[in-house]
Design a binder for this molecule. Structure first.
Ligand code: HEM
Length: 210
């Protein structure tokens, strides 16, 4: 009887976490569409949408990596239900970011897209990150996880590589001078700083103590 009550309690908590993560995951999209409809994206809405979808994807990606250390630190096992959906939302917004670039901005004109890639090689770094996120999303199902076993865990460590690539892509995308930090570098530097802390927490000596 007690076990049944415990199971039901856990199921209800899991449901609440799911509602919370989907609310948080879809809210930025609703706000972005709202800004567009109300004509509040500025004089260049495509560029604004490109930047916002990229920023949202980057935040979700770093958040998904922060879940495990936060779960251990705060001793909140329920947080584990957030990691996968946050990663999937990162991939979703990254896909929207790519569509905004290739479809909305360049009308799928591959000649123009190629010219832009040649002019801005940081796009290749973003494309590599997107490729990794797509593979991780495609293999995120529990059935695939069960089939792949240990290899799945190794494959999904690529999330860290994707995050490093995204921060590099972000830093290089900002209009300014990265060497003198003249430009709007606060956001990518803060996000990069969080990522460095998360990577340091994975070092064996530090990890053992957590
Ligand atoms: C094929 C894949 C990708 C393409 C073609 C692409 C393209 C671009 C372009 C053209 C910009 C410059 C926007 C501007 O300021 O005018 C940009 C910026 C950015 N991208 Fe990507 N990107 C890709 C992948 C990604 C991924 C996977 C992420 C994150 C998960 C991402 C996050 C960002 C961020 C955060 C910015 C900076 C936004 C800002 O200036 O505030 N990108 N991307």
């Amino acid at each position: 009887m007690n076990q049944q009550i415990e199971d039901r309690k856990q199921e209800s908590q899991r449901f609440q976490m799911r509602v919370l993560v989907h609310f948080g995951g879809l809210l930025p999209l609703v706000l972005l569409i709202g800004s567009y409809v109300r004509d509040e994206l500025g004089f260049n809405p495509v560029e604004a949408a490109l930047q916002k979808t990229g920023q949202i994807a980057a935040v979700f990606l770093v958040l998904s990596l922060a879940i495990t250390p936060l779960r251990k630190l705060l001793k909140l096992p329920l947080l584990r239900y957030l990691r996968k959906p946050l990663g999937l939302y990162a991939a979703f917004y990254a896909a929207l970011h790519f569509l905004t670039f290739a479809w909305w901005d360049y009308g799928l004109d591959f000649g123009l897209i190629w010219a832009e890639i040649v002019a801005k090689p940081f796009i290749i770094i973003g494309a590599l990150a997107l490729l990794i996120l797509a593979v991780l999303a495609a293999t995120s199902f529990r059935s695939v996880q069960r089939k792949m076993g240990k290899k799945w865990v190794q494959l999904h460590r690529l999330t860290y590589l994707a995050a490093i690539l995204v921060i590099a892509h972000f830093l290089l995308a900002v209009k300014g001078n990265l060497l003198t930090l003249q430009g709007n570098y606060t956001f990518p530097l803060v996000l990069g700083g969080v990522l460095v802390v998360l990577l340091l927490m994975r070092l064996p000596g530090i990890r053992k103590n957590n």
